[in-house]
Write a protein that binds this ligand. Structure first.
Ligand SMILES: Nc1ncnc2c1ncn2[C@@H]1O[C@H](COP(=O)(O)OP(=O)(O)OP(=O)(O)O)[C@@H](O)[C@H]1O
Length: 597
């Protein structure tokens, strides 16, 4: 017994955590409770009035009492109707409020989580928690919780009134209860296991759908539609199968509950009929007792029905609170030191070791050290997988290194305010990320609240103004999700405009590998040249022109710095860089550009 008690405590634990969310709306909670209690009292008064109606009115042929009790019955029903309506209203509004707050809190938490979390969890899974699970909680906090409470009050009140009406018959009913309750509890567990399984299958299918929808073009280009359809439909089929099994289980539970409860009532009624015929019980008292026992039974049945929903909601709450409890790996320092503001800042890595949290055994950077002076332009080159992008990720503190220090303007970045650190860095990624909003808003992500003039100026500097001006609604043109309605070069120039608007002292540039047409390429290069002026720039270089222009080149291999120097000195040294230059930039053995005139 204690074990099952503690089991149910654990099972409903997540729901307790909803209490502070609900208590924020004390007024609504209290109004709902008040309506609930008054409605229950009105319901419980009905059998007493019926008894009066029968015993004083009908049985004694007293029409005045018939009228009196009829009026009281109508009054009780009016109160019941009004209070039920207000309970419904308050409770539903409360559910909506709580779930909106919970969603907002979870989303806020999601914005704090570092990429290590997103490396691990599928985005569809998170979306499913934010939508399906949240909806489940909404109906639990709203309808189910109040139903459970209503049914409980009905059951408890009716049970007390049963004893008051006829202790002898109540004793009989009491004897029947274990036969009703024990099988119901066992069946209930069986139902819950099936429900949890069904929920998980549904989450699987939505995770798959989210991924597929996000990459439909790629899917189509590899003519994978059929496979995707069959994976999705088998996922859905599995979800359906699981849901059907769960519904079947519930149907069995409901049938069983109704059967045992009402059979017991009929049995009691049969027994009581003997008392009435023997004159030991009045017809009105019997009516009253029967109505109370029906109420108690309905209350009990109702509780078992919402029990399933509430425990399902508890599972959902658990899944949402799991997100809220997710540890934030990259935290703001307890005491932050202010970042020295300068138009350009130095950058240094000192003995940095790092592996990604998702693959512990693989060292990505080992004892990496380098220093970049303020205003210097440094190119990072190296074979694929050497750790070039990882350097950027660490500098922006998306991950923290295992060992060693990273300094910005001479200060360890771990001690800086995270926002101040990231505000000091403008990143132009290889694949620019464009959101489904207007062009102006996309650029304005560089600086919140930027005026239209500043946005246009940045677009001009990024050589993007002309193409934007030709769009149907200019700067207010909405771009498709992830910028699908723009060309590669246009997307890149928007990303550059964003960085120009940000006007940060450090520029991180991940040069695009995809070939642009000559004209776009020229515009992108011009825009970048403007952007780099006077800033500390680190560029992951894929172009000969870029490495040649850089003040210094760092050559990474297997997460370690293997060479550094200028293009000419490194070509002369004849090491890894010379080989890479030959392969990647199209240089011949003698160090001449293959495509130079
Ligand atoms: N999020 C991640 N989780 C786990 N491992 C990762 C993650 N990102 C990168 N890696 C691994 O870390 C190593 C370095 O990756 P990184 O992206 O820094 O290489 P890179 O030099 O930028 O390569 P490329 O030129 O191909 O972009 C690779 O072996 C890669 O598999």
């Amino acid at each position: 017994m204690t074990e099952s008690n503690s089991q149910s405590r654990v099972r409903f634990q997540p729901l307790r955590r909803l209490a502070p969310f609900a208590w924020k709306y004390k007024g609504l909670v209290l109004a709902a409770l008040a309506s609930l209690v008054v409605a229950s009292l009105a319901t419980l008064s009905l059998p007493i009035l019926v008894r009066g109606f029968v015993d004083r009115g009908i049985s004694e042929n007293n029409i005045a009492d018939v009228n009196h009790y009829t009026a009281l019955l109508v009054l009780a029903v009016v109160v019941l109707a009004l209070m039920s309506a207000s309970r419904y209203y308050f409770v539903i509004i409360l559910g909506e409020r709580v779930v909106n707050d919970l969603r907002t809190a979870v989303f806020a938490k999601l914005t704090l989580l570092s990429p290590a979390f997103y490396d691990r969890v599928r985005s569809g899974e998170i979306v499913s928690r934010l939508t399906a699970d949240a909806t489940q909680i909404r109906s639990a906090v709203g309808a189910s919780a109040s139903m459970a409470l209503r049914n409980f009050l009905l059951f408890a009140g009716a049970a007390v009134m049963m004893v008051v009406t006829s202790p002898r018959m109540s004793l009989l009913v009491l004897g029947a209860i274990p036969f009703i309750v024990i099988p119901l509890v066992l069946l209930g567990r069986w139902v819950r296991r099936r429900q949890r399984f069904a929920q998980d299958r549904l989450a699987d299918s939505s995770a798959f759908a989210t991924e597929a929808i996000g990459s439909m073009r790629i899917l189509q280009s590899f003519t994978q539609e059929e496979r995707a359809k069959s994976v999705f439909s088998s996922n859905i089929e599995a979800a359906f199968g699981a849901a059907r099994a769960s519904v079947r289980a519930r149907a069995v539970l409901t049938a069983f509950a109704f059967f045992v409860i009402f059979t017991s009532i009929v049995a009691v009624l049969w027994y009581a009929a003997h008392d009435v015929t023997a004159g030991r019980l009045s017809a009105g008292a019997l009516s009253q007792f029967v109505i109370y026992s029906t109420m108690a039974a309905a209350g009990l049945g109702g509780m078992s029905e919402v029990w399933g929903e509430i425990s399902q909601a508890s599972g959902s709450a658990e899944r949402l609170f799991e997100l809220l409890d997710e540890p934030v790996l990259v935290k703001n320092a307890q005491v932050v030191s202010p970042l020295v503001t300068a138009s350009n800042l130095s950058v240094a890595f000192e003995g940095v070791d790092f592996h990604y949290p998702s693959s512990e055994e693989r060292t990505v950077l080992s004892a990496l050290s380098f220093a970049i002076a303020g205003g210097e332009t440094v190119a990072i080159v190296g074979p694929s997988g050497a750790g070039k992008t990882t350097v950027f990720q660490l500098l922006m503190r998306f991950y923290d290194p295992e060992r060693g220090r990273i300094l910005l303007g001479g200060q360890p970045i771990g001690g800086l305010d995270l926002n101040a650190l990231r505000s000091a860095i403008a990143l132009v990624p290889q694949e620019p990320v464009i959101f489904a909003m207007s062009i102006a808003d996309n650029i304005a992500m560089g600086r919140e609240g930027a005026e239209r003039e500043a946005i246009i100026e940045a677009a001009r500097a990024a050589h993007a103004h002309d193409f934007i001006a030709q769009l149907p609604e200019g700067y207010d043109t909405m771009v498709g999700e992830r910028g699908v309605t723009l060309s590669g070069g246009q997307r890149q120039r928007l990303a550059i405009a964003r960085a120009i608007l940000k006007d940060a002292p450090i520029l991180l540039l991940d040069e695009a590998t995809s070939a642009l047409d000559a004209e776009s390429e020229r515009y992108v290069q011009l825009a970048l040249a403007d952007l780099m002026k006077g800033r500390t720039t680190i560029v992951i270089a894929h172009r000969l022109a870029t490495v040649k222009k850089a003040d210094r080149i760092l050559v990474l291999e297997g997460g370690a710095l293997v060479e550094q120097g200028t293009h000419d000195s490194l070509v002369t040294a004849g090491g890894l860089y010379a080989r890479l230059a030959q392969l990647q930039f199209g240089m011949d053995d003698l160090g001449h550009d293959l495509d130079a005139p």
